[in-house]
Design a protein around this ligand. Structure first.
Ligand code: ADP
Length: 472
């Protein structure tokens, strides 16, 4: 029996039986039963048709077809349901339009984002928190010598190994890359030299990428500085050669002036003696300048002899403070030495690192107002040991901090003053720290003045004789 009939019979059988019970005669009972059955079939058919239409319409809506609206006919009990289905279809159509609009906007934004990225003259890479490459622009592929597809789809470790192989010093590349990830919250900058696909010097800068959910990864930019670096190298070679040529005659002028002043007794008029003294002071300044220039070019070229080994930081700071006591006393300044306890030794060249600390301390004493204190300190950090010099002087204007470590840069109130220095102290300090694979920077002092600091890698723990683990 069809489902409609079964339903009709089930619905109307009780009605028919009642009608039959009331009937006095069998004929009228049979008629009543037949009439009821026919009415039941008609009603059930209508109901089932309306339910089938509503079901088909609901399926169309589910499949994303929101039109046309279903006619609100059929049994009254279903009309409310059909009207609700129509409302659902209208609301879904509106939401579908909105969603399509939003998707189109997102696609337009994504296209503009990639066009801007690909128009950049710098290479750009975005790593997610699991260090997978998620975005890379065309220029990056060109600079590193990989196709964008290779960069995005190669297994991260394999990609890193291929990149290392293309660098002039693969271990240095690996070590430096790790430093970018070592402090996820901070920006980091360094330089790498690629051998392939052709020799390129790239400045690499990275910084964290965050959104409202927190740290999302790290973005790297690569700038081709090959030309600047070649010009720099030529300039350094020229300066080094010129300084070398100047040093010999200068030394002889310096010696002659010293001799003339010391051996002249009363034979010189006071005025001539004064002139000779001024010449001697300026010659000494020139000798210092020439020596500093030569040192800078030697350190930058890695030609400065260095003998590295484990160095006790406290002893280094004490030695620098003792050496500067005379200058501090003449300027009525105090030097406070505050090395944090338990800071292990650093790996470095004693004379070179002493030169850095002495230079920073000398600057702090030079620029501090009398009666104040200069504080020398050290502490352990994630990537080594930090040594800092904090003063209560005029401080460094924030917009000039970046150029402070360039040769001959004078900043702030000293910009037009002659401080007696050569203007090379910080440039030499930076070159020495970088040769030690460290970093140096300046920041505002707390509560005032400036704070110069550098970080040097820790010395490797000493191997105990007979310690099998260390030997393995
Ligand atoms: P020099 O001291 O010989 O001029 P440096 O390279 O050591 O050269 O310093 C460069 C410049 O940085 C200084 O001329 C000065 O303008 C600024 N400077 C360095 N140290 C300090 C300091 N502690 N406080 C304020 N300014 C400083």
């Amino acid at each position: 029996m069809p489902a409609g009939l079964r339903l009709a019979a089930a619905l109307l059988l009780p009605v028919a039986l009642v009608a039959a019970g009331w009937s006095q005669h069998g004929v009228s009972a049979g008629l009543a039963l037949a009439g009821a059955a026919v009415a039941a079939v008609v009603v059930a058919r209508g109901l089932l048709r309306a339910v089938a239409e509503a079901t088909a319409a609901a399926r169309r809506i589910a499949a994303g077809d929101f039109a046309p609206a279903i006619p609100v006919t059929g049994p009254a009990v279903l009309q409310g349901f059909v009207a609700a289905l129509n409302d659902l279809a209208t609301a879904s159509a509106r939401r579908d339009d909105e969603l399509n609009g939003a998707l189109e906007d997102a696609a337009t934004q994504r296209d503009s984002f990639y066009s801007i990225l690909n128009a950049s003259n710098d290479g750009l890479l975005l790593y997610d928190n699991a260090r997978r490459l998620v975005v890379v622009n065309q220029r990056c592929g060109e600079l590193l010598g990989f196709s964008r597809h290779e960069l995005l789809h190669r297994e991260p470790l394999a990609l890193q190994l291929s990149l290392e192989e293309r660098c002039e010093q693969p271990e240095l590349y690996r070590e430096r890359l790790e430093r970018h990830f070592a402090r996820p919250d901070e920006p980091h900058q360094d330089q790498l030299v690629l051998r392939e696909p052709r020799r390129r010097v790239l400045r690499r800068y990275s910084c964290p990428v965050r959104n409202h959910r927190g740290l999302q990864g790290r973005v790297f930019t690569y700038t081709d500085v090959t030309t600047e670096s070649d010009v720099d190298r030529l300039k350094s070679e020229f300066v080094s050669m010129a300084s070398h040529e100047l040093r010999t005659p200068l030394t002889s002028v310096h010696g002659a002036l010293q001799l003339a002043l010391s051996g002249s007794g009363d034979r010189l008029a006071e005025e001539d003696r004064e002139l000779l003294a001024i010449s001697l002071a300026n010659t000494e300044r020139l000798v210092r300048l020439v020596n500093d220039l030569l040192d800078l070019s030697k350190i930058e070229a890695g030609r400065m002899p260095m003998s590295t080994g484990p160095l006790d930081v406290r002893a280094l700071l004490d030695e620098a403070a003792r050496g500067m006591q005379g200058l501090a006393a003449t300027r009525s300044l105090a030097v406070a030495c505050a090395p944090a306890p338990g800071v292990g030794p650093v790996q470095g060249d004693h004379d070179q690192l002493l030169r850095v600390v002495t230079n920073l301390l000398g600057n702090a004493l030079k620029y501090s107002p009398p009666g104040t204190t200069v504080c020398l300190a050290s502490r352990s950090t994630a990537d080594g040991v930090e040594i800092s010099v904090q003063d209560e002087g005029p401080g460094i204007p924030p917009d000039q901090v970046d150029r402070l470590f360039r040769p001959f840069s004078r900043v702030g109130v000293h910009a037009r003053q002659t401080s007696g220095g050569t203007g090379l102290g910080l440039a030499i300090s930076r070159a020495i720290v970088e040769q030690h694979r460290g970093r140096i920077w300046a920041e505002p002092g707390r509560p005032s003045g400036s704070r110069f600091a550098f970080v040097i890698p820790r010395a490797a723990p000493a191997t105990e004789p007979g310690d099998d683990r260390a030997v393995a």
